[in-house]
Design a protein around this ligand. Sequence first.
Ligand code: CTP
Ligand code: CA
Length: 227
Amino acid sequence: VKLAGAAQTLAGRRVVITAGPTHEPIDPVRYIANRSSGKQGYALAEAARDAGADVVLISGPVNLAPPPGIRLVCVETAREMAEAVETALPCDIFIAAAAVADWRTRTDAAQKIKKGGDGPPVLTMVENPDILASVARRVANRPPVVVGFAAETETVIAHARAKLAKKGCDLIVANDVGEGSEVMGGSDNAVVLVSPEGEQAWPRLPKDEVARRLIAHIAQMRPVGES
Ligand code: CTP
Ligand code: CA
């Protein structure tokens, strides 16, 4: 899809983006989820499309229309998202914008858990796969550019820098989702770009404008080791 006005900076490049929350089932009628509207990830997918990229958007459950001109893969759980990402590789740019549930219950009850009896159930949790870290740490087919997000409620930059190192990605887009930030579900976002080169704080902007600027920024990033 070519749109007048958007520079075709990603023409011929394949971009894989995760977006939205994941839902981790407890039983057939209940789940654990993260708070995420998916808006920022969908806006990124549209901005990458408008820049000429071939986009695969791997989305958890959201209330957003499928964006035209983008390959949409709908998933529910973190493990499904990890598998869909694996299938979508190789790519030139990977962006992890999803709010992945960090844990799932150890067992997913086949039948609805009923009240009464021994009182409230105790849920034993296990950790979900870290999709961003496993893409960034790949030996074969590591995408040349790997970008993550960090939603933090305090000491945003320090946490983002720690995440950059821990995950092994090339850029962390940090945002403050603390009280009063109105980022979750809202239409604006204020981000700080954290990379090995330093930090860049952007003003509060509509999510689609943040997306356009991020895609422009990412399009000019060079793979590690290249000058
Ligand atoms: N992420 C991921 N898979 C996970 C958890 C997180 O791909 N299982 C990605 C998110 O999409 C985001 C980045 O990792 O791009 C950071 O997510 P975040 O929740 O901020 O970091 P965590 O490493 O999960 O640490 P914590 O929640 O404890 O702050
Ligand atoms: Ca997390």
